[in-house]
Design a protein. Structure first.
Lengths: 281, 267
């Protein structure tokens, strides 16, 4: 099941002085199981793009195709689409509202009209996926720590068993420990054959999780490449206000000084291999 | 989703109306609201509509934008119309089953609708052409005499200012929470009244929580910058009346005076 965007444009507040073209003629295709990092400046249209793919916004031009659904300007009734595509908003912990964590996570599957048994099963699975054990079930979501709240909120979306999971800056505002844990769980999800699309401002995170990078700048898709190739384009990334992960930057500088490395390595394992064992391939 | 709310929204462009002193606009709007309830003839409202049209044209705010402000109160408008239409006693001109429409009822219903319409149009025109900061400052200045009576004028205007300032923030927040819950399959549009009301819980709980948090943070931030109320507080920008304010006020008074006297002249 792939996701196909064709010439998608979106305009905010048309016919008012605030009118802005948030997205301009975006086309790409994402295959099942891919992990895609979506990066770009604040206001480049990343969040808008995720909302379009979830059917919360509709494109003013172009079309989006997912799992047999086609979203265009005139699409209606996209509730079923949201079973296929899960969206975790920025700071999702602010959407928690139920008395207990379990009830809150059950909100999504309940809305899907599943049986109580199935709902409970889904809640348990989702909590497992984000690493919350059973002791959290009966706790109030408001007494959890920031990182735990975040994970509970993500579990609320995972419980709907989406085939595509989209996250808007999932690690923003978490402490280092919470961040590490969340990243690890995202890696696990990736292993579970789920398609991941996530927004991040941290190149380090992107380099850890993503296989492919999409760069948005002022509403346009300006780069769409596999991670290792994207990190070869330092000059271009700098020109749109982004930078390389520290490790890749290190290799880029070394190559400038005349060291012959084949690539701007960004994974620790690769870098160690190259530096310690001289294996440059 | 909530973008239709124009009441209380500012439309940031430059126009002769935008440039007027906020106190002038506030006083005029206040008089306007009182005056529209004094008129009794349809032609008076016709003239008023014409006058309002000219001001709208001068303000350069697109008509569509102003008219959008009617949407949220459309229900009240229709409700008032229907109530007045059927419940006013008088000379019956049409009846059906237990319902009957009277000549007086029809007249009152139409008048009421005109008044409400003009009321909303006029007041949204003021907020569309005056930034919230200007507006609250104008109110603070205009109400200063009440301070002698122990009325907390500064505090009230500060509260107003904060409330107005946070309308767009809260609108955005509500929109975001609604979308987030929709992404989890929540449905706000179907079902009966009870299930629709229940569907609001997932929006209201997070909204209240974040508002309380935000209020607390705002209070801390204000105190951290030594805010301690209006005592001895000065302004970065002082308001001052210009010739155009006097000019606008004279036109306003002549126009309304004219409309008010018109029935007597005709009689």
């Amino acid at each position: 099941m792939s996701l196909i965007l064709e010439n998608v444009s979106y305009i905010y507040s048309p016919d008012s002085p605030y009118e802005t073209r948030a997205l301009n003629d975006i086309s790409f295709r994402i295959e099942k199981g891919e992990a895609v990092g979506l990066i770009g400046h604040t206001g480049s249209g990343k969040s808008t793009l995720l909302q379009l793919i979830n059917g919360l916004l509709k494109p003013d031009e172009g079309s989006i195709e997912i799992a047999g659904y086609t979203i265009t300007k005139d699409s209606k009734n996209l509730t079923d689409l949201r079973k296929e595509v899960g969206l975790v908003f920025q700071y999702p912990e602010y959407q928690l509202f139920e008395e207990t964590v379990a009830k809150d996570i059950a909100f999504g599957p309940k809305n899907q009209g599943l049986s109580e048994e199935e709902v409970n099963q889904r809640v348990k699975e989702a909590m497992d996926l984000v690493g919350l054990d059973e002791s959290y079930c009966e706790k109030s979501p408001f007494e959890l720590s920031g990182g735990e709240k975040r994970r509970a909120a993500i579990a609320g979306v995972l419980a709907m068993k989406p085939k595509i999971l989209m996250l808007d800056e999932p690690t923003a505002g978490l402490d280092p420990a919470g961040r590490e844990q969340l990243l690890k769980q995202l890696m696990n999800l990736k292993g579970n054959d789920m398609t991941l699309i996530f927004i991040s401002h941290s190149m380090e995170e992107v380099s850890k999780i993503a296989d492919r990078i999409l760069v948005l700048s002022a509403g346009k898709l300006v780069l769409d490449k596999p991670v290792d190739q994207a990190f070869e384009e330092e000059e271009f990334l700098t020109s749109v206000g982004l930078d390389l992960p520290v490790l890749a930057r290190f290799f880029a500088r070394m190559r400038e000084k005349g060291c012959v490395y084949k690539s701007n390595y960004f994974r620790l394992e690769d870098a160690l291999k190259v530096l310690l064992e001289g294996e440059d391939a | 989703m909530l973008k239709d709310m124009t009441l209380g929204q500012y439309y940031p462009i430059d126009s002769p109306i935008h440039r007027l002193d906020p106190r002038t606009k506030f006083l005029m709007t206040f008089m306007y609201i009182v005056l529209i309830f004094l008129f009794k003839e349809f032609y008076q409202y016709g003239l008023l509509l014409l006058g309002l049209g000219i001001v709208v044209w001068l303000s350069k705010v697109p008509q569509r934008f102003i008219l959008r402000g009617i949407k949220p109160i459309l229900f009240i408008l229709i409700f008032a119309f229907v109530m007045n239409l059927f419940l006013t006693p008088g000379e019956v001109i049409w009846s059906f089953w237990k319902l009957s429409i009277t000549r007086e009822g029809l007249r009152l219903a139409l008048l009421m609708m005109f008044r409400l319409f003009l009321l909303i149009m006029g007041s949204s025109l003021m907020t569309l052409t005056t930034s919230p900061i200007e507006l609250t400052y104008a109110m603070e200045v205009l109400f200063t005499p009440l301070k002698r009576l122990g009325f907390p004028v500064h505090e009230m205007s500060m509260m107003m200012g904060i409330a107005l300032r946070f309308i767009p923030t809260l609108t955005k927040e509500t929109d975001k929470i609604m979308k987030a819950q929709m992404a989890r399959g929540a449905d706000f549009e179907s079902g009966n009244l009870l299930s629709r009301a229940r569907a609001l819980v997932p929006i209201l709980v997070p909204l209240f929580l974040s508002s309380i948090l935000r209020a607390r943070e705002l209070a801390d931030a204000m105190e951290a910058r030594c805010y301690h109320g209006g005592e001895g507080r000065t302004r970065y920008r002082e308001l001052c009346y210009e010739k155009r304010d006097a000019f606008a006020m004279v036109i306003f008074l002549v126009f309304f005076g004219g409309i008010l006297w018109l029935p007597r002249i005709i009689a």
